[in-house]
Design a protein. Structure first.
Length: 285
């Protein structure tokens, strides 16, 4: 949400964010280059709260054109005025609930409804589905490179080598997210043969990964990750890493666990030839 949301936006988000509708809503999530106030990807429902400028000049025409374009993509847009939300939110919530109930199911749901699968299993597939993903990455330590870990630049005599900034922790997290959503891996979406990814900031990759899993209706629940390195000591940097990741992933820091360990001087990590990272994530829709 914007840094200074209107009273109506804050009031409605308080309801949607608590998942009282039974469906997951995201705030200001981009859809085809457009950033609505709230969107439920699973139901393809967009909710907009219109202030004064929406009724002035060319804006009504632009809103109509955008609504028609999104309608062609299967999205429904509900529009409420500020005073409708602040003056009678119960009616607004009732309207939203009615739309969530009446919006037609997706093709996948229609197919499942006609199959012989147990109805309770079908329902679990559509609503309240949780999936686990695992990610692993390793990068070589070399001179002349900055050390980036979890989006944070850490002072050290050597850094990780890679086509991008070689943030081994973020890469493991991205692979875990993509794996959970069954969307291949980081190399498939950001190949190391592409000039566009040369020296790329891994925070951008993580942010785009979050958008990718959202296109399938998934949202992030929690992360548990471990970094393996002899030096430098990672634990002093864990709070900063958690804060950075939480901001990128639009979640609370309490949903992110970052641990650090050594390999007791064994293997390539013990010889300080490189670092590795493991990540496990839970996503749901």
């Amino acid at each position: 949400m914007r840094n200074n949301p209107t009273e109506a936006e804050a009031l409605l988000w308080n309801y949607l964010d608590r998942n009282k509708t039974g469906f997951h809503f995201r705030r200001q999530h981009p859809i085809f280059g457009y950033i609505p106030d709230f969107v439920c990807l699973e139901k393809k429902l967009i909710i907009e709260i219109d202030g004064g400028y929406h009724f002035e000049g060319e804006q009504p025409g632009k809103d109509k054109e955008r609504s028609e374009r999104l309608s062609e993509e299967g999205y429904t847009i509900l529009r409420f005025k500020n005073e409708e939300v602040t003056g009678g939110i119960d009616l607004v919530l009732e309207t939203i609930d009615d739309y969530l109930i009446t919006i037609q199911p997706t093709n996948i749901q229609e197919k499942d409804a006609k199959s012989d699968i147990n109805p309770s299993l079908r329902e679990g597939h559509r609503v309240g589905c949780i999936r686990v993903g695992f990610g692993y990455d390793v990068h070589k330590l070399v001179e002349g490179r900055d050390l980036w870990l979890g989006g944070i630049k850490i002072p050290h005599s050597v850094g990780l080598l890679g086509h991008s900034d070689a943030d081994v922790l973020i890469h493991a997290i991205c692979d875990a997210l993509l794996g959970a959503a069954n969307m291949r891996d980081i190399g498939y979406h950001w190949p190391d043969t592409s000039d566009e990814t040369d020296g790329m900031d891994s925070k951008i990759i993580l942010r785009d990964t979050m958008k990718l899993i959202a296109t399938k209706g998934y949202h992030f629940v929690n992360l548990d990750a471990t970094v393996c390195a002899e030096r430098p000591k990672i634990n002093p940097h864990v709070p900063a890493i958690k804060a950075c990741l939480a901001e990128i992933m639009d979640t609370d820091e309490d949903n992110i666990s970052i641990k650090a360990t050594t390999t007791e001087r064994l293997g390539f990590t013990g010889r300080e030839e490189g670092m590795s990272a493991f990540a496990t994530v839970l996503i749901e829709k």
